[in-house]
Design a protein around this ligand. Structure first.
Ligand code: ATP
Length: 266
């Protein structure tokens, strides 16, 4: 695994679509090996942030530093696309090796063995030749985690990885995630299950189009911070223009200071 030697810095980051901001003025730093949850109301900008970290959404303003695309493994929100793709389980999982194998590279016996080992690690031995469309939702999510294993990236981005997944599968995938962290990887996950966040994630970012609180999970997930997240989120205008101080719907620049429960040390 390529070690990450750099801290991830988000500097006054504003993200959006066609100049309409969805996340405003986010500044924080994430140290290598951190296990970070991103939470907030629906539409708070969590997936938008993950897409920007993954490098598929260019910031409207501000900067992301310390992240390179080849250092990232990204699990987007569960999509029907994976399931409908006419490919078998091993073939889908093997796409996790594309950086190594490349478009013209040869898929060797060693690659095949690594695919099968990754499938074994997620409890899918024996499923190698099955079509993706024959898998249950939980089995498909296990296969997507097997692909992440093969990507072998120092930074793992997970967007609602346990949505619509049963308890047993969630427990197995959480164990894998903890294993990644103990190997020194940074894991950043969008989650809705707050009990799960409290139990498994030492650090949390509470987002409501702008950062509400960031730091130690117990200090971030307070009733007061949730109330503030709701109150900040509700007045936002979906069609707000560019992010300007005082612009209607754009959100004033830092109307409240971000609650920083701790500086971002693991
Ligand atoms: N491709 C897009 N084009 C235009 N607007 C978008 C696009 N994707 C997201 N948005 C808008 O950006 C805002 C933030 O969306 P985002 O998906 O990041 O929220 P979220 O916090 O992940 O929500 P949820 O918890 O419901 O998944 C929303 O208002 C959404 O409508």
């Amino acid at each position: 695994m390529t070690p990450v030697t750099r801290t991830i810095h988000l500097r006054d980051l504003t993200l959006g679509y066609e100049r309409h901001p969805a996340v405003h003025h986010l500044s924080l730093q994430i140290t290598p090996g951190a296990l970070v949850a991103v939470v907030g109301p629906n539409g708070a900008g969590k997936s938008t942030l993950i897409k920007a970290l993954a490098g598929v959404l260019t910031p409207l303003s501000g900067h992301i530093e310390g992240l390179q695309r080849e250092h990232i493994a990204w699990l987007p929100q569960h999509s029907e696309l994976d399931a409908s793709f006419p490919i078998d389980v091993r073939g889908m999982v093997a796409t996790g090796l594309w950086r190594e194998v490349g478009a013209l590279g040869r898929f060797t016996t060693a690659h095949r063995q690594r695919c099968d080992a990754a499938l074994a690690a997620v409890g899918l031995s024996g499923f190698e030749a099955r079509g993706l469309d024959t898998l249950s939702g939980g089995q498909l999510q296990r296969a997507r985690f097997a692909r992440l294993i093969l990507q072998d990236a120092p930074v793992v981005l997970l967007d609602e990885p346990f949505a619509a997944v049963d308890q047993r599968t969630t427990a197995d995938l959480l164990a894998l995630m903890h294993g990644w962290q103990s190997q020194g990887r940074t894991v950043i996950a969008v989650l809705h299950d707050i009990a799960q966040v409290r139990e498994h994630f030492p650090q949390t970012l509470l987002l409501a189009r702008e950062p509400v609180a960031w730091g130690a999970t117990a200090e971030v997930l307070t009733d007061a911070n949730w109330a503030r997240a709701q109150s900040l989120h509700e007045p936002f205008d979906e069609r707000a223009g560019e992010c300007e101080a005082g612009a209607p719907g754009a959100g004033p620049r830092h109307p409240h200071p971000i609650t920083t429960a701790l500086e971002a040390t693991p």
